[in-house]
Design a protein. Sequence first.
Lengths: 204, 204, 204, 204
Amino acid sequence: MAKQPNPARRSQRSRQAILTAARELVSEVGYAKLTIEAIATRAGVGKQTIYRWWPSKGAVVLDAFLALSESGPDQDMALPDTGDLKADLRVVMRATVAEFADPAFEGPIRALNTEIINDPALAAQYREKLAGPVDEAKKARLRSAQRAGQLPPDADLDLALELLYGPFYQRWLLRSGPLTPQYADALVDAFLKAMRPDIGGSAH
Amino acid sequence: MAKQPNPARRSQRSRQAILTAARELVSEVGYAKLTIEAIATRAGVGKQTIYRWWPSKGAVVLDAFLALSESGPDQDMALPDTGDLKADLRVVMRATVAEFADPAFEGPIRALNTEIINDPALAAQYREKLAGPVDEAKKARLRSAQRAGQLPPDADLDLALELLYGPFYQRWLLRSGPLTPQYADALVDAFLKAMRPDIGGSAH
Amino acid sequence: MAKQPNPARRSQRSRQAILTAARELVSEVGYAKLTIEAIATRAGVGKQTIYRWWPSKGAVVLDAFLALSESGPDQDMALPDTGDLKADLRVVMRATVAEFADPAFEGPIRALNTEIINDPALAAQYREKLAGPVDEAKKARLRSAQRAGQLPPDADLDLALELLYGPFYQRWLLRSGPLTPQYADALVDAFLKAMRPDIGGSAH
Amino acid sequence: MAKQPNPARRSQRSRQAILTAARELVSEVGYAKLTIEAIATRAGVGKQTIYRWWPSKGAVVLDAFLALSESGPDQDMALPDTGDLKADLRVVMRATVAEFADPAFEGPIRALNTEIINDPALAAQYREKLAGPVDEAKKARLRSAQRAGQLPPDADLDLALELLYGPFYQRWLLRSGPLTPQYADALVDAFLKAMRPDIGGSAH
DNA sequence: ACGTAAACGAGACGGTACGTCAAGTCTTTCT
DNA sequence: AGAAAGACTTGACGTACCGTCTCGTTTACGT
């Protein structure tokens, strides 16, 4: 049985250096060309210190980005809620679109997604730490809309989020079209129509 | 300047052996553990013959799958068109969902998607050779629906396809939910509602 | 600037395995067909471990033979000195001739000489580590003969060694004649005559 | 049984181009870095044309140098014979020393010697075509000296040549000393002394 | 405050695969 | 049919990293 290291004795100095080095390097050379050796060298750290605390390259990079969000203990990821659902969603989607169109942001996120796609364990961690809370915030806004009668009370919110973000995610990942504010608006419009209750007389 | 090899002299024997070996190996060991050396060995081919004709591992694998579709000169990828759009789309989406849930199929496709996400050049080739024709077939069915008055004549069909497939693609890639026939139906329903024209009095 | 490995951490186990494997292989397949990869495999060692410590194939082989002589810290390479120069030299030359006629010995030595001829750096190392001490022992015997009045006191000993060994070296390298005890004796005789002082009246 | 090519149909154009290219390249990059491919390319010739007519790289290079001497049908390689053996040998040895000290000359010759040392077949060809005739010319001069009473009539001329050239060959190959006119003279002196008959009173 | 056990930096190790190079063979095309 | 052109299989090259495994050297408890 392998001996587990004692987290209490973990060097925070080394941990921070590794995460910072990982973030820098993934930006400089891209995820595919990122190596553990390079991270260790850049961080001034022994390779073993990385292998001791992380199971894979992907885990280090994920942690590197998680660490960014750790600054504020419970950072405000709540969506705007003015009462106008369409307007609020447009604001959010336009911001999202802009964020993913930013070259500095997209490289690492794209790399992370690549890993997540192929590594279920990493995906679970990602969902729990990053995507989960964000999705919860989105669903909170949708629930508010349900209470306001702007969405059907029995709507499947997980499916709803997929309808809203799935098309965008696909376009972004596959680079199959431009990411513009107009596109964001079109997605919101389509989403709201899709969420409307069935109309009497929608013959077959 | 590097000298280009002459495609006219290319050995079809070697080409087929390489593509077959690539297909087999990607199924056996997965894309990540697939190596050029293993392909060459399995194919009974020199490594240089692979490097001569393909720029990357991803290109070989893509070609390996493209070659599968080359059998029929214009294989029938047309969607069913019974006149009942909803029924036809349900058939198609249920089949798609089943296909992507099949473990034998999903491994290589997932691997290919990973590569495409990070390699724009590969993505372009993929779009041109595989996704393009398929999308065209789908749009043909939607145009037929437009002519039948089941979809607005001015609908953006690229966006339409994204609305229909994007949610599914995201759920599949991120494994964020089950891929069931019910899910397929729900996507079709939401899609059709999203495509309906605006209704008078949709006070935002 | 390339980082130098730390010799203090060098694995003596690996070093010995490499030198032994090199010696074996050079005997089995000859120097020309000797490869670093084969040495590494035979020694159960990573290629990098060879590249880390030796600059070239020749250096490994040279070291392999040097290591043989390292057994005794200062092995006795002194030549016999019975007082009878001609008899002593005959013993030495006959032994040398026999040694170089031995097929087991000649292969590696021939290989080493080939390398030395084309690689001045290797030659310098060879001279310093192997040939130098041996030559010094030979010159010691000749100096003893000078003190005994058997050789002129002002004789150029480097030239003398060349006169004695050069003909033999040439015949061995080029395989231009048989290496027999008689030949050894003839060389000694010629050498001694060549070293005699000029005789009065040797009209040019 | 391998089919032999028909020498009658051999292209002299290609042969000359190959030999010239070989000579040029061995001067430019040295023998070790000389490749068949480079010769073929430089000569504007298919690789097979080289493999068809020569068994090895060494054979091509040897032929390349032999071809140089083929210009004159029986080129004058006779040694000077003024009647003064010592003077004649000094002239010859000084010329030899100068020739081998010339950097332009020494590279290819050194390379050729390396090959010859390890390839008995090549050595035989070399001896027959190049060294043989030259040695014969040298022995002719020594025979003339025998007739003139300057050398013992029963002297072993093969051994004699070895005594004269062996030391020089060794010094040149191993770079173990300077190649000067004084050195040439010293060799001639030592050689002549070694060839003198035994003197009465050479105790034991 | 001190001794000790841990985590640490450093980096050598046995390996795998890389992408390149040249060898020698085989095939196609041209003359 | 010989020769050019050049694609082919083979296999060694030297490099880059992998993940594991010592080495001393801090570091920070628990006495």
